[in-house]
Design a protein around this ligand. Structure first.
Ligand code: UDP
Ligand code: MG
Length: 313
């Protein structure tokens, strides 16, 4: 196979209904560009017929390659594998559920030709999403913006074009808890956005329920900010200050002959407050510790059962 100029990386988890149409649209768009391309489908341990469909798509068009995970590793790791396997000078990461329109890719490539290394898709509109999803998504970006020191563009998802140089840098970042959006901001280079309308899903339903969003938010914060760890200082000093003040006031009142706050109620309140604060920070330390433990074990990021369409070299 000739070295592809463009690689399209698409993670797929239970997308058997959507995949053929997705592939058709990719082929239509990419053939219009008149340069060799490949589509790297990463089957993230799907439980439906996604792998069979992908196999068939490869048989019909050898430019469609498949990386088949040995189990479900999640969207961020599926994208990571796609970046590891992609061979093009330019890599475009896109969801395979047709929420990100492939028709935007030529525009991204045009910006790349102008000299940008990263071109991210900015969602100007979102169809078919619940208010809860929109609300939590907004909260998520606010929180990450406030806590971390990388600039993550609002309303930009993982739909983006990456230059080979950026892909190589990302491939050197082997952390287990990954938030690829922030990682691509972190590497630097010239970056820009193009607007697009995010469609409703073509078929099936979202595989990003609230608890996965929550985990992603935790990965983003712990991966790019130490602020939560240092908050213990702030709370500690604050409580110490309040404690000293209260002690002083009580002492003065006692010397003046009155004894307010007698009784167990006040003691209980203070004990609960202190205990609660300590446990919260213990939890935060534990959160970081478990991530350190994960990294130290040094396991591979994912396991691959089968590769289809890649030369075995
Ligand atoms: N996906 C994946 N592994 C997962 C969950 C999702 O590879 O564990 C893929 C999925 O097939 C889709 C993309 O990641 O192509 C985005 O997932 P989804 O559409 O469910 O998320 P949403 O668009 O609702 O945020
Ligand atoms: Mg989707």
């Amino acid at each position: 196979m000739t070295q592809p100029r463009y690689s399209i990386v698409a993670p797929a988890y239970n997308e058997e209904e959507t995949l053929p149409e997705f592939c058709r649209q990719i082929r239509e768009v990419m053939d219009g560009l008149g340069e060799p391309w490949e589509l790297v489908l990463v089957n993230d341990g799907s439980r439906d017929g996604t792998l069979d469909v992908a196999r068939r798509l490869h048989a019909e068009d050898p430019r469609v390659c498949v990386v088949d995970f040995a189990r479900n590793f999640g969207h961020q790791l599926a994208v990571t594998a796609g970046l590891d396997y992609a061979r093009g000078d330019v890599v475009v990461v896109i969801d395979s559920d047709l929420q990100d329109p492939p028709q935007v890719i030529p525009e991204m490539i045009a910006r790349w030709k102008e000299g940008y290394h990263v071109v991210y898709g900015v969602r100007s509109e979102r169809e078919g999403e619940t208010w809860f999803k929109l609300f939590t998504a907004r909260l998520f970006y606010r929180l990450i913006g406030a806590l971390t020191d990388v600039d993550i563009p609002m309303e930009a998802g993982d739909f983006r074009l990456l230059d080979r140089q950026v892909v190589n840098d990302l491939r050197n970042m082997r952390e287990h808890h990954r938030f690829i959006r922030a990682m691509t901001s972190w590497v630097g280079y010239r970056q820009t956005g193009v607007e697009y309308e995010r469609h409703a899903r073509f078929a099936g339903e979202t595989k990003y329920p609230f608890h996965k969003m929550f985990r992603l938010a935790l990965d983003a914060i712990t991966g790019f900010s130490d602020l939560p760890l240092r908050l213990a200082y702030l709370a500690g000093f604050l409580l110490l200050g309040v404690g000293l003040l209260v002690g002083l006031v009580l002492l003065v009142l006692r010397l003046a002959g009155s004894a307010p706050l007698a009784g167990q109620g006040s003691v209980l309140t203070v004990a609960l407050l202190l205990g609660g604060t300590q446990l919260v920070f213990l939890g935060i330390v534990g959160e970081y510790l478990s991530r350190i433990y994960n990294e130290v074990r040094g396991r591979p990021l994912y396991t691959v059962k089968e590769r289809i369409g890649f030369d075995e070299t």
